[in-house]
Design a binder for this molecule. Structure first.
Ligand code: ARG
Length: 445
């Protein structure tokens, strides 16, 4: 029997179905159904025979889903209905008992919490691989100078290791954000029922333990309304995508003939359909280009949840595609970043030539005067005048500075001294970069 006297309008059905995208939740749906059935039997809410029938039926359902032989039907509204319908076809009456003391409202958010936890754990593992790549490449190019830039103008030289380690620390903060997602999704929502709790003495903690949650949600109304951990995951993904877009942009610049600092492996490059000479850094460009869709998903989910009255509203079905696409997008981006970096070649001479422009030692010359007793602002003025003279006369900075400032200035302009003088903690002097590498290695092993 149904409450309805008319079949659903096909256009409504098309709008209402989530099966096309929530199918991927099936491993979580099956796992939570197993845990729920075991708990129902342990609490005497269903019999042990019913439980056993449900469990073996779920095994069969799982096999079909895994093999791609699961017979989905047009009128399956979502993965939850499809699994229960198929279970009941396979095992008969006991299948109809699985949904005792459960609503799709607590079921769907439980699946989503499990998905979120899985995605965050996988992101952390993948980011740890990327961090190891950054460390390996840094170690392999420990003392290779290149210009550091501000405003994309040569500013002060640094070692390539130091520059790349900046990404290590960004990614380390990303890992922290994904860990926070795990904390935010640690409580089991299942057991909240539709919104008010259920009319049975369930053991939610038993289900939580089986599914890897550390506790249970304290309020059933909140449990079925909450999508915070999805927002948190989207935030972590957005920041990570932004970080990777900066790396992508640097690779685009560095692989250009204008910079010539870096060549990508052919495995991470593509050609042009018309210009035979082209070797394009498409993957790096896509690191740039894919980031905005990740933040757009974050903004969209804020839009879905914004002003939504408690508790479950069908709007919340619109959480999944945003989350799924953002997770998938960042996954390919992290893999691309690691693949590209681990196989790239850096060009020591081109970087060193760019870093040997004496203009980038202007601060060092000013600091020489400071060490000799001149106030910094005055020293800045003296060196600015020398810079202008050099630019106007087409000479190097050393050619105009050494005659005026003496041998100490010549010593400052010894190229390795520009770098090795940056001894402050966190600076680019090798002794500091080595400290940093040790600190970083300790984090990822
Ligand atoms: N497919 C739904 C979703 O993704 C499952 C929850 C349906 N609940 C309901 N009360 N209609 O949100």
């Amino acid at each position: 029997m149904s409450r309805f006297s008319l079949p659903q309008d096909p256009a409504f059905q098309a709008m209402n179905t989530s099966l096309g995208f929530d199918q991927r939740l099936w491993p979580f749906d099956v796992a939570q159904s197993r845990a729920h059935a075991r708990m129902l039997a342990a609490q005497g809410i269903i019999g042990e025979e019913d439980r056993d029938a449900i469990l073996s039926g779920l095994d069969a359902v799982e096999r079909e889903l895994r093999d791609g032989t699961f017979p989905f039907r047009e009128d399956d509204e979502d993965i939850h209905m499809a699994v229960e319908r198929r279970l009941t076809e396979i095992v008969g009456a006991p299948g109809g008992k699985l949904h005792t003391a459960r609503s799709r409202n607590d079921q769907v958010i439980t699946d989503l919490a499990m998905f979120t936890r899985d995605a965050a754990q996988r992101a952390i593992a993948q980011l740890n691989d990327l961090r190891r790549v950054l460390l390996d490449v840094s170690e392999a190019h420990l003392d290779w100078p290149l210009p550091g830039y501000t405003h994309l103008q040569r500013a002060q030289p640094v070692y390539l290791s130091h520059h790349l380690l900046a990404y290590f620390w960004m990614i380390t903060r990303d890992v922290g954000r994904f860990q926070a997602v795990l904390d935010a999704s640690a409580e089991l929502p299942l057991g909240a029922g539709a919104l008010a709790g259920v009319n049975f003495d369930t053991d939610r903690r038993m289900v939580a333990a089986e599914l890897g949650f550390t506790g249970v949600t304290a309020n059933s109304v909140d449990a079925v309304s909450n999508r915070d951990f999805a927002l948190d995951l989207l935030h972590a993904l957005s920041v990570c995508a932004t970080h990777l877009s900066r790396l992508g942009q640097e690779v685009v610049l560095w692989t250009s003939s204008e910079f010539g600092f870096m060549t990508l492996s052919d495995a991470w490059s593509s050609g042009s359909s018309i210009m035979p000479q082209k070797k394009n850094p498409d993957a790096a460009e896509l690191l740039r280009g894919k980031a905005p869709r990740v933040w757009a998903h974050q903004a969209a989910l804020h839009g879905v949840i914004h002003a939504l009255p408690l508790t479950y509203n069908k709007d919340l079905q619109e959480d999944k595609e945003h989350l799924f696409d953002a997770v998938d997008t960042v996954e390919v981006c992290v893999a691309a970043a690691a693949g590209m970096l681990s196989t790239a070649t850096f060009h020591r001479d081109a970087m060193a030539a760019a870093a040997s422009d004496e203009m980038i030692a202007a601060v060092d010359l000013a600091d020489l005067l400071v060490k000799q007793g001149t106030p910094f602002r005055e020293a800045h003025g003296v060196i600015a005048r020398l810079v202008r003279e050099a630019v106007e006369s087409g000479q190097t900075l050393g050619a105009v500075a050494v005659p005026e400032l003496g041998d100490d200035a010549a010593a400052v302009l010894e190229q390795s001294s520009w770098l090795e003088s940056k001894v402050s903690e966190g600076g680019t002097a090798l002794v500091r970069v080595r400290e940093q590498l040790a600190q970083a290695r300790a984090l990822v092993g």
